[in-house]
Ligand binder design. Structure first.
Ligand SMILES: Nc1ncnc2c1ncn2[C@@H]1O[C@H](COP(=O)(O)OP(=O)(O)OP(=O)(O)O)[C@@H](O)[C@H]1O
Ligand SMILES: [Mg+2]
Length: 293
């Protein structure tokens, strides 16, 4: 079932939601409305075109502020999210340029067969895999340490700066931002991750997040849920691949299942993530005796 604003329902559109469903529609400039396949999409058995959800994909509606990708491991959620990031030409979360990321070469191929429809073309936002976050923290902390060392040594008249180039871009603002981010590393992973969200997601923009729940406790996932609401009110749009029943509960979000071919919108209560988790918690002994005899 696909909820769409009805023609003439201008009041609801101005409020940013559909009068009947209450779904929060994207209405600000620079938001992504939908992704469709181009007729050029190959019908080959090679990754990523071999993935059933992608092979059968026709249209992905993204005209709400929060869209979730759900599905079994290997169903193609990350692949689609990465391809959208490539097609949208938004940066990696640390300002990295994803067109230089060779691990995304195949996703770029898929991206070239996707058509993106926007309210207005925008490159504001970023793409982020939770698993990359901590590697980036470490890299920026190393850069921070090196800059501080070079600044200190530059006061020494005998000091000659290294000829090794600093990572691109080396703008002062970027370095200051990275210095600050590096300081977050002294906090726990979950704390620094949440702080990162609070600081880096501002106003309008498209934020593509792959399993952001990874480092977060259930309480912190609830905090992230609240933060998503805050950022949506500021104009942000999210597309999130997740297995978290907590995040998936975001009110009025569209949940797209990659277990279906073609992909389709599904109801929260029908998700395995919800029913299996609930049943396990309610009947833990039954599950454990089945698993361990
Ligand atoms: N670079 C690659 N080359 C070949 N196959 C790949 C590549 N990357 C992913 N795959 C395969 O494509 C399928 C979809 O992977 P993808 O990472 O998109 O799944 P996912 O839905 O994000 O899973 P998870 O929930 O485990 O993160 C998997 O079978 C995976 O093994
Ligand atoms: Mg994935």
């Amino acid at each position: 079932m696909e909820a769409r604003p009805r023609a003439g329902d201008l009041d609801a559109l101005k409020r940013g939601c559909d009068a009947t469903t209450g779904m929060a529609y994207v209405r600000a400039m620079g938001h992504l409305l939908h992704v469709t396949r181009k007729p050029t999409m190959p019908t080959t058995e090679k990754f990523p075109f071999s993935i059933p959800a992608i092979r059968s994909f026709e249209k992905l509606a993204l005209d709400v502020r929060v869209t979730f990708f759900v599905g079994e491991n290997g169903s193609g959620k990350s692949t689609m999210l990465e391809a959208i990031a490539c097609a949208a030409e938004i940066p990696g979360y640390g300002g990295d340029r994803i067109e230089r990321d060779h691990s995304l070469d195949r996703q770029r191929q898929l991206a070239s067969h996707l058509r993106l429809a926007w309210t207005a073309r925008s490159r504001t936002g970023f793409f982020m895999r939770a698993e990359d976050f901590f590697g980036h923290l470490k890299a920026t902390a190393r850069l921070d340490a090196r800059i501080l060392r070079e600044l200190r040594e530059s006061k020494d008249p005998s000091y000659r700066p290294t000829t090794e180039p600093l990572p691109d871009p080396v703008h002062v603002d970027e370095i200051l931002a990275e210095e600050h981010l590096a300081r977050l590393d002294v906090r726990s992973h979950g704390e620094s991750f949440l702080e990162f969200f609070g600081q880096r997601i501002r106003g309008e923009g498209l934020y593509l997040l792959d399993e952001p729940e990874t480092p977060l406790s259930p309480a912190r996932q609830l905090a992230l849920l609240a933060l998503l609401g805050e950022k949506v009110r500021e104009g942000a749009q999210f597309v999130i691949a997740t297995h978290s029943p907590i995040l998936l509960a975001y009110p009025k979000a569209r949940i797209v299942s990659f277990d279906k071919a073609p992909i389709e919108t599904v109801a929260y209560e029908s998700l395995d993530h919800v029913t299996v988790m609930r049943d396990f918690l309610n009947h833990r002994e039954k599950y454990l005796s089945r698993l361990f005899g």
